[in-house]
Design a protein. Structure first.
Length: 129
């Protein structure tokens, strides 16, 4: 009488775990890079929306503002992005606030080591756009 085993052997289990480990080592960095790009899009969105408000304000007042309440935001100094990955502030550019404003989105949380995103009213950008 022969007894046949219906389970898996230890070797098969080790091979499966090794394959899963190798695939995880390849996929995980790509996933992290994807998440970083998604978080950056959160910063870009809030910068573009705030710049649009700045442009509307400029058309009405012939000057930009660093007072964010004048743009319809609840606070004056820092605005949180929709997903909370960035804090945005406004400052005057070198020529002066009447002709240029610079918006800076600083990363928060787990990717706070990333470089900030900046956008000014002259369409100059810096950071990892």
């Amino acid at each position: 009488m022969h007894h046949t085993s219906r389970g898996i052997t230890l070797i098969e289990l080790l091979i499966s775990l090794t394959i899963i480990g190798i695939l995880s080592a390849i996929v995980y960095p790509s996933y992290q890079q994807y998440l970083q790009q998604v978080r950056r899009s959160d910063g870009r969105i809030v910068l573009m929306e705030m710049m649009a408000r700045q442009q509307r304000y400029y058309l009405d007042h012939n000057s930009y503002t660093v007072e964010l309440r004048q743009l319809g935001y609840p606070q004056d100094h820092h605005i949180q992005s929709q997903e909370g990955h960035y804090r945005v502030s406004a400052t005057a550019c070198e020529p002066g606030l009447a002709s240029c404003v610079q918006l800076t989105a600083r990363p928060q949380g787990i990717h706070s080591h990333d470089a900030p995103l900046t956008l000014d009213s002259l369409s100059r950008r810096s950071g990892p756009w």
